[in-house]
Design a protein. Structure first.
Length: 530
C-alpha cells in the first residue's frame, strides 16, 4: 500500500497546520484530534522541509511498507511524532554526502561458463519485490540510522529482461558475475557520473533441474577504477529478510576501494571484513532495532562509515575525512562520456547438455562412476555403503532395500520426519556429475507449516527441483552438480522432507546411478561475441 502524508499550513491566525492523508483508498484516516495533537506538541512537524518533518515523512514511508496495520491505528500520527522526537536531536538537517546507487535486477538467467553447466531460471515476482523492499526502503534507512543522517543512500532500481549470460570464465571455483557484462548493460542505462555504484541481483541456479554451481556465493563487491564506479553483485536469496544487510555490505566494498586509497583516509585492519581484528562486539550479531527479526553487524558498519573504529593511534574508517573528497560519481565524470564496452565470452553448449538439464539423458554423454558408490546393500545406522539418517528419532521412520525391480530402496515415515538414505561417493574435483533415480511415492504429505520439500534427490548442496508429493508413479529424477576444486567425495541423499519441512508417507527409489557428465569437452563451441 502506497501512502503519502501531506502537511499543509492552515490560516496564520490559527497558528496550526492540518494533517491530511492521501490517497482516498486508505483504509483508515488518522484522527483529526491525533493530527492536531501531534502538530501542537511538535510545531516543527507542521513546517514542511524541517528536520522533524523530513524525518517524520521518512518514517511514514518505512512503516507503511513494513506493516499496513500500523496505519490502521487512528492515533498513529501522534505515536510516530513521539518516536521521532526521541531521536531527532541526533540527526543533522542536511547530509554531508549523498550516494546514488543503481540496482539492476536480472530477472532471467541463461548462463554460460567453460566448466559449469547451463543455468536457466526466471525470478518470481515475490523475489523481485523482496529485493526491491530491502534495497529501496530498508538499506537507505540503515545508512541513515548508522550515520545519523550524515550519509544519504539514494536508490534507483531497474528490472532487466536481458538474461544474465556470463559467469567469470577465469573463476573455476565459484559462480562469480562478469564485471564486463554489468558495465555493458550500465552503458545502455546511464553515463559516467550519474551513479556512484551499480550492482546486479541475479539467480544463480537452474530452476528446472536444481543445479547449483559450487560456491555460488551470496555477494561480491569492489571499486572499478577503469570505469570510475563502485560495483557489486548479489545472488538471489531464497527468503530475503527485509532488513538484510547484503546490499549495504556489498556497496560498502566499493567505498573501501575508492576512499581507502585517498589521503587522510585509513581503513580498519582487514577493511570491511576485518571485524575479527577488533573487539568482540563487532562480530556479535544483533538486531538493528527491537522489532527486527534479522541479526546483523550494525556496530561494525556504523563505526566504519563514521570513521570511528578505535585504533591505538586514533580511529580508522571513512567519516568526514572521506566525504570531503566528494562522491565517487565525481571521479566517474573524469573517465569520459561513455562507459567502455567489450565483447562477452558467451559459449554454446551441445544440445544434449540442455536436454540433460531438462531431465532427458537419452543422448547425454555419461560415464558410470568406477567405484562402489551406488552398490546396493543393507541399510543401517552405522553400515556402509548406505545408511539411514533421521532427524525426528520418534518418527518411526524405516528404510530397506530389496532386489525387486532391479534393486529398490524404500523410505517410509509414519510421523513427520526429515529423513534420507545416504551414501558418501568418491568424485573428482572440478567435474560435472549427474545423480539419477526413478522415484515412486504414496501418501506423501508435508506436515510442517511452510514446508516445501517432499521427496527429492540431493548431492552435496544441490537439490533436485523435481519434488514429488502425494501419490506419483515411477518418475525419473535427474540432478546435475559440479564438484569444487578440492573435492574428493560428496554426500548423496534419497530424501523425504527437509529442514523445516517434516513429511510423512512412503517413497521408493530404483535405478539409482551416479555418472560423470562428458562436459566440458576439450574444445568449447563459441558463438560470436555479444
Amino acid at each position: 500500500m502506497m501512502v503519502t502524508l501531506m502537511i499543509r499550513s492552515a490560516a496564520l491566525s490559527l497558528g496550526l497546520s492540518a494533517l491530511l492523508l492521501c490517497p482516498p483508498t486508505m483504509a483508515q484516516s488518522p484522527s483529526k484530534q491525533a493530527s492536531a495533537q501531534a502538530i501542537a506538541k511538535y510545531p516543527e512537524l507542521g513546517k514542511v522541509g524541517s528536520p522533524f518533518n523530513v524525518e517524520f515523512m521518512r518514517r511514514v514511508k518505512i512503516r507503511s511498507a513494513e506493516d499496513a496495520r500500523f496505519l490502521s491505528d487512528k492515533n498513529w500520527p501522534l505515536k510516530l511524532a513521539d518516536e521521532v522526537a526521541r531521536v531527532i536531536e541526533t540527526y543533522v538537517p542536511k547530509p554531508e554526502i549523498e550516494f546514488k546507487v543503481l540496482l539492476i535486477i536480472k530477472r532471467i538467467s541463461d548462463t554460460t561458463h567453460p566448466l559449469f553447466l547451463p543455468m536457466r531460471a526466471e525470478m518470481t515476482e515475490e523475489d523481485v519485490q523482496a529485493a526491491r523492499h530491502c534495497f529501496e526502503i530498508q538499506t537507505p534507512d540503515m545508512v541513515h540510522e548508522a550515520t545519523h543522517g550524515k550519509v544519504k543512500f539514494i536508490p534507483t532500481l531497474v528490472v532487466s529482461d536481458k538474461p544474465l549470460r556470463c559467469f567469470n570464465p577465469k573463476r573455476l571455483d565459484s559462480a562469480e558475475y562478469l564485471g564486463e557484462e554489468l558495465i555493458n548493460e550500465l552503458a545502455t542505462i546511464s553515463k559516467p557520473g550519474e551513479y556512484d555504484s551499480v550492482g546486479y541481483y541475479f539467480l544463480h541456479y537452474d530452476t528446472t533441474s536444481g543445479y547449483l554451481a559450487p560456491r555460488a556465493g551470496y555477494g561480491v563487491g569492489g571499486y572499478n577504477g577503469g570505469a570510475g564506479i563502485g560495483m557489486f553483485a548479489i545472488s538471489s536469496a531464497g527468503k530475503m529478510n527485509p532488513r538484510d544487510e547484503i546490499f549495504l555490505h556489498e556497496w560498502m566494498h566499493g567505498l573501501d576501494g575508492y576512499y581507502g586509497g585517498l589521503k587522510d583516509v585509513r581503513l580498519p585492519k582487514g577493511a570491511l571484513h576485518g571485524g575479527s581484528n577488533y573487539d568482540a562486539h563487532y562480530t556479535t550479531a544483533k538486531a538493528w532495532r527491537l522489532q527486527d527479526t534479522f541479526k546483523g553487524y550494525m556496530d561494525w558498519y556504523k563505526d566504519i562509515l563514521n570513521g570511528q573504529v578505535p585504533e591505538s593511534e586514533g580511529f580508522s574508517g571513512h567519516g568526514s575525512k572521506a566525504w570531503k573528497n566528494g562522491p565517487m560519481r565525481t571521479e566517474g565524470r573524469r573517465r569520459g562520456p561513455k562507459f567502455p564496452t567489450v565483447d562477452l565470452p558467451i559459449s554454446e553448449y551441445p544440445e544434449w547438455v540442455y536436454a540433460l538439464m531438462k531431465g532427458d539423458i537419452t543422448h547425454a554423454q555419461l560415464t558410470p562412476v568406477e567405484t562402489a558408490a551406488i552398490k546396493p546393500g543393507a541399510i543401517t545406522s552405522d553400515q556402509k555403503p548406505w545408511r539411514l539418517e533421521s532427524w525426528a528419532k520418534s518418527a518411526s521412520t524405516t528404510a530397506r532395500y530389496t532386489e525387486a525391480e532391479g534393486g529398490t530402496f524404500t523410505l517410509e515415515c509414519e510421523r513427520g520426519d526429515h529423513a534420507s538414505i545416504v551414501q558418501e561417493a568418491s568424485v573428482q574435483p572440478l567435474a560435472n556429475y549427474v545423480l539419477t533415480a526413478e522415484v515412486k511415492t504414496a501418501r506423501v504429505k508435508i506436515e510442517q507449516s511452510g514446508g516445501r520439500q517432499a521427496v527429492l534427490l540431493e548431492a552435496g548442496s544441490s537439490r533436485s527441483s523435481k519434488d514429488l508429493a502425494e501419490a506419483a508413479d515411477w518418475t525419473t529424477v535427474v540432478l546435475p552438480f559440479t564438484t569444487k576444486p578440492d573435492q574428493s567425495s560428496t554426500t548423496l541423499r534419497l530424501q523425504m522432507g527437509g529442514p523445516g519441512s517434516l513429511t510423512t508417507g512412503k517413497a521408493q527409489f530404483r535405478k539409482v546411478r551416479l555418472q560423470k557428465v562428458g562436459y566440458p569437452a576439450t574444445r568449447l563451441i563459441r558463438t560470436a561475441a555479444q
